[in-house]
Write a protein that binds this ligand. Structure first.
Ligand code: ZN
Length: 170
């Protein structure tokens, strides 16, 4: 069972202990009674397609999956709609401004080494901008769906790019 690394109460800074609450073991504060109900992180990823149905990938400059290719993606800021998250992440990582067309899938990612997450994946297209690798990216490039790079992180190939290719009839 996944358990966060928090050791101290966010309310009174008392030391947390693990105890069964509402059906599972959770961190709780004996001093003030706060229970840490931990939730998945919220993240969003962009499937940006061009007119030739090539997909935009970035080569990651940070862990996890440092050096592997992946969809532009990132965590949702507390006051962002996930549409805004993908627009911001694509601009930061590739220099391109995109429009969001539709939700492609909503995945639960239980095995992200940082924290389990819900990942909203959007189909997008480029509106403007010049392609260049930005923050946290070593490279950014377009790939045909039948000529993807060998090393792809986060199971993007199996859970996103292969289903996308089937949907597009490729
Ligand atoms: Zn407390």
């Amino acid at each position: 069972m996944w358990m966060g690394r928090a050791r101290f109460c966010p309310v009174c800074a008392g030391e947390l202990v693990s105890s069964p609450v509402h059906g599972r073991v959770r961190k709780a504060c004996p001093a003030c009674g706060v229970v840490l109900y931990e939730n998945p992180a919220s993240a969003a990823a962009a499937v940006v397609l061009d007119d030739a149905q090539r997909v935009l990938l970035v080569r990651r400059g940070i862990e996890p999956f440092l050096g592997a290719w992946a969809l532009p993606a990132g965590y949702q800021e507390i006051d962002e709609h996930p549409h805004e998250t993908v627009v911001r992440e694509v601009r930061e990582e590739t220099g391109l401004d995109i429009a969001v067309d539709e939700l492609f899938d909503l995945l639960h990612v239980p095995d992200d080494p940082r924290k389990p997450a819900n990942l909203a994946i959007y189909l997008c297209r480029v509106v403007s901008g010049e392609l260049r690798a930005g923050d946290d990216a070593l490279e950014a490039a377009w790939f045909a769906l039948d000529a993807l790079p060998a090393e792809i992180g986060f199971h993007n190939r199996e859970v996103v790019l292969q289903p996308l290719a089937r949907r597009l009839g490729r």
